[in-house]
Design a protein around this ligand. Sequence first.
Ligand SMILES: [Zn+2]
Length: 307
Amino acid sequence: MSFEQTIRSAIEFSGVGLHSGAPVQMRILPAPAGSGIVFRRVDLDGFVVEAVGKNVAKVSYATSLMKKGVLISTTEHLLSALLGLGLDNAIVDLDSLELPILDGSALPIVQAVLSAGLRRQRRKRVYMCIRREVEVRDGAKSIAVYPADSYRIHYCIDFPHPLIGNQEFTVELTNGSYLRQIAPARTFGFLRDEAALRNMGLIRGASEANAIVLTDEGIKNPPLRFPDEFVRHKVLDLIGDLALAGRRIQGHVIAERAGHAMHTALVQRLMRDRSAWELAHVYDEVPEPAEVGVGAGELAETLAVHA
Ligand SMILES: [Zn+2]
């Protein structure tokens, strides 16, 4: 049986937003059991925006939340890191509208949370257990979730680039696999799209320090952290977007050429289709190493290889 968890003590980050380029301070603080992940805009009198599906706003190159006109942008990497660590409850303070991009992966967050430590709370974790297939399809793009006895993800992407092409990745989120296989994977972008995206007001904070920059033939800032870092990053994004379901999923997710819009469309479908899942405790889930407090140092060492 798994219990809800929060962070032991506050941690702080500063950086810039990937799309806005705006400087931002972010603090992750402990929160009571049952609160979930809650964002607070400290620059707007602490206005609260909960990380749940009903607050999903616009979704194109990143996932954003909005409540009463107040925006929280690019939530996917942080939410992915917290879910991957088994951290259920936290307050995330921001003094601007977009989360810091850091190194483009979930690694800096994972490392900082591991050093602060996790605290087990007195409430049993409730999972969203998938009971029936739910699928969203849009031409060649699709995403579906099926009943399964753990949280598993299979992702395939196809980009016409010599370093990407067809990449597939399968992961079961147990036993530290998120921390080792997914968290270090960085976001990526194509140099040939840069001008157009900047004209749309996007990627103003992007640099070779926070994204894999793809030229027509290769990459501008080698080395890659994994040969298939691209599809691993898509898995990272998917986990962060599906965290907006508000509960840890127990099911098998299969995504093909999907992106933030498809990921969040699946969350909306799940929210509407209450008969496709039920809330339940899970008795036999293997806890993540970070949750049982062992191997955090060892994990931090493994992760440092990528830093
Ligand atoms: Zn991403």
